[in-house]
Ligand binder design. Structure first.
Ligand code: TXA
Ligand code: MG
Length: 315
């Protein structure tokens, strides 16, 4: 275990240092357009095992592999027409595809938790792209937070949760999208495994068909979709029309709130602010009430994260 976590600049020297740490089996957190990821060489068993250790993540919960290009992705998964459509429409960008793992992929079996499928994505953030290009290999990266807690959208969030447990973090500012990638399963009938940064409506329009939805408890749902997640220390109450005594209000739209996801009711702005505002309210250690957020576009991803933040703990 490292003692101090180094803060690297998002420049060529920083990319070279990060890449050398990955080659030596270490962990480096880095910005993507969605949230910060905690990266390791996806081919290195010991390095991947250290991701689970650093996060306190259950081993049955597989990781997303990040690659620089669509061509690189094809080396690890069996490609399909639907994959081609979605990759050309949304990569690089906040979409993860779950496809059959190729027998010759050469990845650590810990990455997929021994599932026959692999979750893979091509991120859009210039720092993630620069890093992947410098490193030249597949990078396994879950969100860079302790398992079950609020996801990080700044390097400071990463350090607050994982300082001393990882070798380095790249300082890349705040993440523009602010919620994790949308995960689409393409190993069978196309299905939505997690709402995220690409609206479901846009994916269905590109595919020309609706995505199947799976409900919690269905074995096909992404194994990491545990009920309680993104949890602040204090309880969270959803669809609040008012603020009760002692509560902090996380608003949406024109309400008088302690913090507001988007005073103008813009869902893109609200997604970008979601985890940062939850981190800030969490630091004030009081129950959190949240205004209703419409269940359309990015609102689906926002509500998914809020429902998990509010779920009974220890689930
Ligand atoms: O935006 C993102 O996706 C961020 C950035 C860092 O890329 N990453 C992220 O990773 O959110 P993580 O580990 O927090 O969430 C990955 C989700 C988990 O729910 C996991 O169970 C699911 O993806 N997953 C991974 N491999 C899978 C597979 N083969 N089949 C189904 N779900 C899978
Ligand atoms: Mg996560």
């Amino acid at each position: 275990m490292p003692n101090a976590t180094e803060i690297l600049q998002a420049d060529l020297a920083g990319f070279a240092t990060a890449s050398a740490i990955w080659s030596a089996g270490g962990l480096v957190a880095f910005p993507t357009e969605t949230v910060y990821g905690l990266g390791a060489d996806a081919r290195d068993d010991r390095a991947v095992a250290r991701i689970f250790e650093a996060k306190g993540r259950p081993r049955f919960n597989p990781l997303i592999v990040h690659v620089e290009t669509v061509d690189a992705a094809r080396r690890y998964v069996t490609w399909s027409d639907a994959a081609e459509i979605l990759a050309s429409a949304f990569w690089p960008g906040p979409l993860t595809l779950v496809l059959p793992l190729r027998a010759d992929a050469g990845l650590s079996p810990l990455v997929t938790a021994e599932l026959p499928t692999l979750a893979i994505r091509v991120p859009e953030h210039p720092v993630a792209r620069g890093l992947l290009s410098t490193f030249g290999g597949p990078v396994a990266a879950p969100s860079a937070n302790p398992s079950g807690r609020i996801s990080p959208t700044t390097a400071a969030h990463v350090l607050a949760g994982l300082s001393g447990r990882i070798e380095a973090v790249i300082e890349g500012g705040a993440c523009a999208v602010g919620v994790e990638s949308t995960i689409v399963g393409l190993a069978g009938e196309p299905c939505l495994l997690r709402p995220g940064g690409v609206p479901v409506e846009a994916i269905e329009a590109a595919l020309g068909m609706p995505l199947a939805r799976h409900v919690a408890g269905d074995p096909l749902v992404a194994p990491g979709q545990l009920q309680s997640h993104y949890a602040p220390g204090a309880p969270v109450r959803l669809n609040a029309q008012d603020r009760r005594a002692g509560e902090l209000l996380l608003g949406f739209g024109a309400v008088d709130a302690d913090m507001n996801l988007s005073p103008s009711g813009d869902l893109i702005e609200a997604a970008a602010n979601l985890f940062g505002h939850l981190h800030a309210l969490d630091a004030r250690d009081a129950p959190i009430a949240v205004s209703p957020v419409p269940e359309v576009g990015l609102g689906r991803a926002i509500n998914d994260r809020l429902r998990r933040a509010a779920a009974p703990r220890g689930a």
